[in-house]
Every structure is written in C-alpha cells, then in structure tokens.
Ligand binder design. Structure first.
Ligand code: ADP
Length: 191
C-alpha cells in the first residue's frame, strides 16, 4: 500500500489532482473536507457541530478528523493505496496518522506539496466560489482566514515531511495536465 499526502494552500488544486491521481493508480481518495461536507449535507449531529467552524474557515478538532480517517483506512479493501487530501492539516494530525499507519504496517511514502503564489490562489478561489456553492468560498474574509490558518497550522507539517525525507515541492502553476504529469513523476519513484 502506498500512502501519498497531497499538500498545498486552499485553492492550490489538491482536490482536482487527488481525484485523477486516485483513478490512475487505484488509490482511495480521502478528502476530510468532502467527508465533513457530507456530514453537513446529511445534517448529522457531527455535521451540525462542525458547520460554524467550517463556515468561519477554522479547523475542526483533530480528534474528529483522525477518527474519520481511521475508520476509512480500516474499512477499505482492494486499493493500491491512499491519497490523503486536506489531511493532515496540523502536526498533531500528522503524528496521529503516522501512528495509525505504523500499527497497520504502513507508512507515509510521499508528500506532494503544490506551490502556488497568493495572487493566483485568490483568483482561483473567487472563480471557484461561483461554481462550488461552498459557504467558505464565497467570502473574501473567510478565504483570507483559511489561508492564514494554512500558514500557521498546516505549513509546519511540510517541515515534518521534510525531516521524514518524503516531501517533494511541486510547481502548482500551469495547466491541470502539466501539473498532473509533475505529480505522476514523483509517484512513479515510490511505486
Ligand atoms: P480547501 O479546499 O480549502 O483545502 P477542504 O475542502 O479540504 O478545504 O476543507 C474545508 C474545511 O473543512 C476546512 O476549512 C476545515 O474547516 C475543515 N477541515 C477539512 N479537513 C480538515 C482537517 N484535516 N482538520 C481540521 N479541519 C478540516
């Protein structure tokens, strides 16, 4: 099993690329954002609790996403690996993931970090707001907060990946196909 972490700020294209990578390599695409939005849409107890946090662009508690991921890992069969999209978003989540994988005789094989400048990010997010219908995409202050939360809490995870020797910086500006090819090149090195 190959475990790939997709990294990058909001609007960097993680979601788009993760879906296509998962298809190509028979990985399961695990997006904590999608899982949480499904809870909201189904109006579960958890979803109701998380709604305000997500709408403000803050992070939901670590234990919530860690439990969701553990459940998915344990109930998945027939895949060549996982592509984690939007998780881990804190160093605590990264440590929890590593322990979870260790227990199951797996490890983090690769961390792909999409680099995109702030002006381009803002532009993409505003365009996405018109089609995504996501409350957290519509408001510039919320977008700015998500970027700030990313810099403060999620970027340190890259250092964690660097120390583990698995981080690879990928230019996230270009056509979707160009970026996809760059990501595939890195994945081929760990297959
Ligand atoms: P983006 O497209 O901005 O990368 P996501 O779709 O991954 O955002 O997540 C949307 C929101 O869901 C986040 O702003 C956050 O509130 C919550 N969320 C998603 N993943 C996590 C996580 N791993 N830890 C905490 N909160 C999360």
């Amino acid at each position: 099993m190959i475990n790939v972490l997709m990294f990058g700020p909001p609007g960097s294209g993680k979601g788009t690329q993760s879906v296509t990578l998962a298809e190509k390599y028979n990985f399961l695409h695990l997006s904590t954002g999608d899982m949480l939005r499904a809870e909201l849409a189904a109006a579960t107890e958890l979803g109701k609790k998380m709604e305000a946090i997500m709408a403000a662009g803050e992070l939901v508690p670590d234990d919530v996403v860690i439990a969701m991921i553990a459940h998915k890992i344990d109930t998945t069969t027939g895949r060549a690996g996982f592509v984690f999209d939007g998780f881990p978003r804190t160093v605590e989540q990264a440590e929890a993931l590593e322990k979870m994988l260790e227990k199951r005789k797996m490890k983090i094989d690769l961390m792909l970090v999409l680099e995109v400048n702030d002006a381009e990010l803002m532009d993409r997010m505003q365009k996405r707001a018109m089609v995504s219908g996501r409350a957290d995409d519509a408001d510039e202050a919320v977008i700015n907060n998500r970027i700030a939360v990313y810099r403060a809490k999620t970027e340190p995870v890259i250092e964690y990946g660097r120390r583990a020797g698995v981080a690879r910086i990928v230019n996230g500006v270009g056509t979707i196909d160009q970026i996809f090819a760059r990501l595939c090149n890195h994945i081929e090195t760990v297959l």
